[in-house]
Design a protein around this ligand. Structure first.
Ligand SMILES: Cc1cc2nc3c(=O)[nH]c(=O)nc-3n(C[C@H](O)[C@H](O)[C@H](O)COP(=O)(O)OP(=O)(O)OC[C@H]3O[C@@H](n4cnc5c(N)ncnc54)[C@H](O)[C@@H]3O)c2cc1C
Length: 475
């Protein structure tokens, strides 16, 4: 792969040469729903991103002015983080190209390169992306902007902790290279900054050496949430996760896996495709939402639970199969029908385990079915003010977006989470209120100050930012 052009080519002074054409688009998050009508531009090189900003400025104040600009990657954030009603979504996915530096153990990648594309090439060369989320279809820019975590947060921290440097297009059109340490305030505000400090063009990422595309997986069936927490707290492989069944009579039974990389080259490295997952089939458009019912999912959960071994040690699985189970079914949110789903992901500090029970009980009391529940443990927080993880437990719940009473029930859950010193994950969010955001992210003011200094004209905005008050500006 050639290197990303933001790293090798200077900004062209005559940006007009690269001027791309905007198109009208309805953009929505991975959770589906109505979305937002706006404009989209997909510049094919870093220099053309500046031209897109120039276009934004030319329109400002006129009848066809855009409401702002928001970078967009693969659109895998669940809510409204990568869309802006009446605004311009700067599609970063054409910024491809990456270069491995095996001496330094780093890769320099364009913001549009996906985690899957990196894994496909890097794992056979003996290098692992140190933090991967539950889907491979996430861009490097999106991974930094959400400061994503993997199943190995306790051992590896967030994606942002492995970024050695990044290039950022500011709203002024200037491109700056940021490092953790030097001009670190803007670096840290960009890591987890939800695209609101500028557009990340490329990044250099520290890699982890691996000698095989395989994982050794320990599996334990657990009877309830308490047992799941206990097994996740035991020693074992660094990639830890629990799937929980919250629809049964004993909510919280589930399957816990702890996995570590197989060492010693048990299987030769160049096994193509072992580190990624290929969708076997896709849920067709127009899938009727009525088919997804608690009874059907309860039966599926029962089968899943029974098929799992009670306790198994050292089962060998390919990285792709273990890390990206949802990627085997393309467009799976369509199972929820046109109204889509909300994912509610919270974290609470160690010691506040009772809040996990309370949130589950709150949703059950309101008759809101939870079709997928995933529990993980987190290690220490990093220095980025808007980064989601903190030392504690994170629970991610997939809920039908239009379930009656869901708004009020999740507001009550927010209050429980905030009171315990926890927070919800902005990249999954579609409904958080400004008061709750402020209560959950105590360093919000500090982040805003850096953001506002970098973008005094409030060019970078998203529906998420305006809804929650991340960016405080009159529409
Ligand atoms: C099935 C599934 C599993 C997931 N599992 C996990 C998980 O385990 N851990 C986890 O942390 N997350 C997880 N996620 C969430 C996902 O990792 C994040 O939402 C990620 O940000 C999506 O990247 P994207 O390229 O799709 O970005 P988008 O969804 O397009 O954008 C997300 C945010 O990043 C910003 N952004 C995107 N590109 C750039 C750029 N170049 N410059 C500046 N800002 C940019 C956008 O403005 C937006 O605020 C999962 C999502 C799915 C669908």
């Amino acid at each position: 792969m050639p290197p990303p052009d933001a790293m090798v080519a200077p900004v062209d002074p005559d940006a007009r040469a690269f001027r791309p054409a905007p198109r009208r688009a309805t953009l929505r998050g991975w959770g589906g729903g109505a979305g937002a009508v706006g404009w989209s531009l997909r510049p094919d090189r870093a220099q053309a991103m500046g031209a897109a900003l120039e276009l934004f400025r030319e329109r400002a104040g006129g009848p066809d002015a855009w409401a702002g600009v928001i970078p967009r990657g693969m659109g895998r954030s669940y809510g409204d983080a990568a869309q802006l009603l009446g605004g311009l979504a700067l599609d970063m996915t054409a910024l491809k190209g990456f270069e491995l530096d095996p001496d330094q153990g780093t890769v320099t990648a364009g913001a549009g390169v996906t985690i899957g594309e990196l894994l496909e090439h890097l794992v056979p060369a003996g290098w692992m992306v140190p933090v991967v989320p539950g889907t491979q279809h996430v861009s490097v820019g999106g991974a930094i902007a959400s400061d994503i975590h993997g199943k190995n947060h306790g051992a590896a921290g967030t994606f942002g902790s492995h970024v050695v440097s990044l290039t950022l297009l500011k709203s002024s059109g200037e491109i700056v290279e940021l490092f953790p340490g030097a001009n670190e305030r803007l670096f840290e505000a960009t890591v987890g900054g939800m695209g609101l400090t500028g557009a990340i063009l490329s990044a250099r990422i520290r890699l982890a050496p691996v000698s095989s595309p395989l994982l050794s997986v320990d599996t334990d069936r657990v009877g309830d949430l308490e047992q799941a927490l206990a097994v996740l707290g035991e020693p074992g492989g660094p990639h830890r996760v629990a799937w929980l069944d919250l629809l049964g009579t004993r909510p919280g039974r589930g399957i816990v896996t702890r996995a570590s990389h197989v060492t010693g080259g048990a299987v030769p490295l160049p096994v193509r495709g072992a580190a990624t997952a290929t969708a076997r089939t896709e849920v067709p458009a127009g899938w009727p939402s009525g088919l997804l019912r608690p009874g059907a999912v309860r039966a599926f959960n029962e089968l899943r639970f029974r098929r799992a071994p009670t306790s198994e040690r050292g089962r060998v699985e390919a990285i792709g199969r273990h890390m990206f189970p949802l990627d085997w079914l393309g467009a799976w949110p369509r199972l929820y029908g046109s109204t889509g789903l909300v994912q509610y992901q919270l974290v609470v500090p160690y010691g506040a385990e009772r809040v996990l029970d309370s949130v589950v009980a709150e949703l059950r009391r309101a008759w809101i079915p939870c079709y997928l529940a995933v529990l993980k443990d987190f290690g220490a927080a990093n220095r980025a003010p808007l980064s989601f993880p903190l030392a504690g437990w994170t629970l991610a719940l997939d809920l039908p977006r239009t379930a009656p009473g869901i708004g009020a029930a999740l507001d009550r859950c927010d209050a429980l989470v905030a009171a315990a010193g926890g927070r919800v994950y902005l990249t999954k969010d579609a409904r958080l209120r400004p008061e709750a955001l402020a209560a959950m992210y105590p360093r919000l003011k500090e982040w805003r100050a850096v953001r506002d200094e970098a973008d005094p004209g409030f060019v970078w905005r998203s529906d998420l930012a305006l809804r929650t008050g991340l960016v405080t500006v009159a529409r």
